[in-house]
Design a protein around this ligand. Structure first.
Ligand code: NAD
Ligand code: UD1
Length: 342
């Protein structure tokens, strides 16, 4: 019989790709999502790709009664992958309480009720933002964790601290925190991808929406950084590679292979690309010309971030396989499909 996995935030960008990977690997998936930053259509998209419709529980994880009852109903699950959170950095600066409330209460309720029901494995969506402005590169898991610039980022740092404390007292709990670098790309079918609400904050959806004519012009935030061409460097990772890393982390937990109750892994490719390099690759890969202009720096941006991924390679037996052209081409295919759907 298939093992049951609860995926919170499974209708979102990274969650939905992970659900596809899990179903394709014969897991039985229950999605918990309140659709605050996604929609039900994602369930149809997942079904179209996999031929299986995941169970769906439309609840808000901030609500303890609803959360308790869903975990009771699915207490035969063997693990929880927790994606549910708000993620817009600028909005979190404007509305810190909204971010602390949603991201921390959802985490606390999930952990409390999964432990109550005896579900002992937990995977958490963390972020490279917990490294702040790194003192050394590439970033290993040993790099110093610093207070992130934004309340959003701080919810990730606090969440990891909650897990550190909890594994000390909950003898059954086994947790893995995955620190994502910059996820981009989409499923190769073009049926699943990132669907930001309103104006995108992140580079890739802004690029594809500009090329699709939804946005007039891309603003490049600063070209006076001490990098190869003056624009900031990031470690972009294909969302399907990321989904596959979750599968590996899950298998590590289920096989009881972890070295300690809470493990932390960087998920990136180890390669850094500047904003201008991404723009040039986009233009080359899609044979389009992008309308962009250089403007002032965005507050809080760090000049260079890229991962040392050797720990994930060694312990999770995982390495990102897809290159930047694949990330860009799949993002564009998704954007074009969306346009045709309208
Ligand atoms: P997303 O917004 O697409 O998905 C999050 C999902 O969680 C959404 O479907 C939303 O409706 C749901 N959700 C939010 N609050 C909820 C609540 N209280 N109850 C139930 N459902 C709730 O985001 P994503 O890009 O897929 O990110 C997934 C996770 O990865 C988040 O925790 C995010 O902070 C983290 N992360 C994302 C990135 C990135 O660049 N996308 C980078 C680092 C970390
Ligand atoms: C941002 C968040 C980070 C979060 C991550 C995933 C900030 C400071 N950091 O990372 O906490 O975990 O998203 O959600 O917001 N850029 C432009 N023009 C744009 C958009 C972006 O030039 O319109 C540049 C940025 O200056 C940056 C690069 O593109 O140099 C990547 O930006 P983005 O996609 O927002 O990711 P991060 O800033 O790395």
């Amino acid at each position: 019989m298939s093992q049951k996995i609860i995926v919170t935030g499974g209708c979102g960008y990274i969650g939905s790709h992970t659900v596809v990977t899990l179903i394709s690997n014969n897991y039985d998936v229950v999605i918990i999502d309140n659709l605050s930053n996604s929609n039900k259509k994602t369930l149809e998209r997942i079904t179209k790709i996999t031929g299986t419709s995941p169970h769906f529980e439309h609840i808000d994880l901030k609500n303890p009664e609803q959360t308790k009852s869903v975990f009771k109903k699915h207490n035969d699950a063997v693990a929880v992958i927790h994606f549910a959170a708000y993620k817009a950095v600028a909005e979190s600066v404007e509305k810190p309480l909204m971010y602390y409330r949603n991201n921390l209460l959802s985490l606390i309720n999930t952990l409390e009720f999964q432990i109550e029901e005896g579900i002992s494995n937990f995977i958490f969506s963390s972020s490279a933002t917990v490294y702040g402005a790194p003192e050394t590169l590439p970033i290993t898991e040993e790099n110093k964790v610093q207070r992130p610039f934004s309340p959003y980022g701080n919810t990730k740092k606090i969440a990891e601290e909650v897990l550190e404390d909890l594994v000390k007292t909950s003898s059954n709990l086994a947790a893995i925190s995955l620190r994502y670098f910059n996820p981009i790309g989409a499923h190769k079918s073009g049926f699943l991808g990132e669907l930001p609400n309103g104006i995108p904050n992140n580079l890739m959806p802004y690029i594809t929406q500009t090329a699709a004519g939804i946005r007039k012009e891309l603003q490049v935030f600063g070209n006076d950084y001490p990098t190869k061409d003056g624009t900031p460097v990031r470690d972009y990772i294909h969302v399907v590679d990321l989904a596959e890393a979750h599968l590996k982390a899950l298998q590590r937990l289920l096989n009881k292979e972890q070295d300690k109750p809470l493990e932390v892994y960087n998920l990136g490719t180890g390669n850094g690309y500047s904003v201008l390099e991404i723009i040039k690759s986009f233009e080359r890969t899609t044979n389009t010309t992008l309308n962009y202009k250089i403007v002032d720096r965005r507050p809080g941006d760090v000049e260079t971030l890229y991962a040392d991924t050797s720990l994930a390679e060694k312990k999770l037996n995982w390495k990102a396989k897809r290159d930047i052209d694949d990330m860009i081409a799949s993002s564009w295919k998704w954007e074009e499909n969306l346009k045709n759907e309208q």
